[in-house]
Design a protein around this ligand. Structure first.
Ligand SMILES: *[C@@H]1O[C@H](CO)[C@@H](O)[C@H](O)[C@H]1NC(C)=O
Ligand SMILES: *[C@@H]1O[C@H](CO)[C@@H](O)[C@H](O)[C@H]1NC(C)=O
Length: 366
């Protein structure tokens, strides 16, 4: 791994030396999904699903909580860096997202949402996925008023898109204790089939409104996050039930990505195997410089996995040695490792290709 990480760094340096980063600097970036990728939209909403107070953001460049569910940077931030963007995308609801800054892209993600409209209802005011897509259409109209419709179309079609959905359809819907409506309605395999068929509609819609390069993340190992270990694990083993959910969901997601790409006749959608990326550091945390992948840095109770990360929680002194920042979300360093794999992972991690291949291919088109 050390050598493949070194290789990944080398490739990044090489790409920037070749000037591809310069050519890519104009590429816009759009983000859709849940708390794994929310950059702060929920700060502007009346909801309990938020990360806008300390110690969130303790390692962010400003040292302040931004709404990112991380001690510092999150996955979209590292992707912005990887594509050579001048800055991270702002949350769509941020009043500073105006004028020229719109051309960098925008982040529409909202913590707590899922594929289904009834996921995360307990968080009340969150931006569900179809609303995020509507906002993207509204965004396109705003940009069109600045640079005209043709330039807008090329900005949209030349953009990189990231969508992260699905985890909440399990942890904040199907598996809500004691008994959720969805778990009474469906057994697990049928529920997964249902949400996958709904996800396919979302992805198709994303394509219809202009997306041409879309990174689609699978769910992580849902049963191994500190929150689930705290609630469901006797001796620190991952929850078999939630692992079964992830094991059903992820391959079917790859399957619909195959189907959509073949319908479209182009590799618009790219599957990101976040499951495998997490499993790597869950099965051997030391190899990645983590002392633990079971205990969250910020939290309380067993595995620091109970309740929320707040100013009253336990807080680990060295955030760099924890794979999980809070009971559900990776630490900044884990996010960086995930994006290294997105950038240069093999086909086990990125199907049908990785981000550096995408960047190299798309730069030739211009
Ligand atoms: C979710 O809501 C959107 C927009 O309100 C609607 O178009 C869609 O059909 C709904 N999905 C389901 C599964 O009900
Ligand atoms: C992924 O990225 C690296 C760097 O561009 C490349 O060498 C590698 O072949 C790519 N693809 C796969 C499938 O490994």
């Amino acid at each position: 791994m050390a050598s493949s990480m070194a290789l990944a760094c080398y490739i990044v340096v090489l790409i920037s030396m070749l000037g591809l980063r310069g050519a890519e600097a104009q590429r816009a970036f759009f983000v859709f999904g849940d708390s794994l990728v929310d950059n702060g939209n929920n700060n502007y909403l009346a909801t309990t699903a938020r990360a806008d107070s300390p110690p969130y953001g303790i390692d962010y460049p400003t040292g302040r909580a931004t709404g990112r569910f991380s001690n510092g940077l999150n996955i979209p931030d590292f992707i912005s860096q990887a594509i050579g963007a001048s800055e991270s995308t702002l949350p769509y609801l941020d009043p500073e997202l105006n004028g020229e800054r719109l051309l960098v892209g925008a982040n529409f993600a909202s913590a707590g949402i899922g594929i289904l409209n009834d996921t995360g209802i307990q968080f009340v005011n969150i931006i569900r996925i179809y609303r995020q897509l509507q906002y993207w259409e509204e965004y396109q109209q705003r940009v069109s008023a600045i640079i005209g419709p043709e330039e807008t179309q090329s900005l949209i079609e030349g953009a990189l898109v990231l969508i992260t959905l699905g985890g909440n359809d399990f942890v904040n819907n199907y598996y809500l204790v004691p008994y959720s409506a969805r778990s009474r309605q469906y057994n697990l395999p049928d529920y997964v089939k249902y949400i996958i068929s709904e996800y396919k509609k979302v992805l198709r819609r994303l394509y219809e409104i202009g997306a041409r390069r879309v990174l689609v993340t699978g769910t992580g190992p849902l049963g191994c996050v500190p929150a689930e270990l705290a609630q469901r694990s006797a001796n620190g083993e991952c929850s078999a039930e939630l692992q079964r959910a992830a094991a059903l969901f992820n391959p079917q997601l790859v399957q619909i990505i195959r189907e959509l790409n073949s319908e479209i006749g182009s590799d618009v959608f790219v599957a990101v195997n976040t499951q495998q990326m997490h499993v790597d550091f869950i099965s051997n945390p030391q190899r990645y410089g983590f002392v633990t992948s079971k205990v969250a840095c910020c939290g309380q109770g067993r595995y620091n996995g109970i309740g929320l990360c707040t100013v009253a929680s336990n807080l680990c002194p060295d955030r760099r040695v924890y794979a999980f920042w809070d009971p559900f979300h990776p630490s900044e360093r884990a996010n960086g490792l995930i994006v290294q794999q997105i950038l240069s992972g093999t086909s086990d991690y990125m199907y049908p290709m990785n981000l550096s291949t995408i960047l190299a291919m798309d730069s030739k088109k211009n």
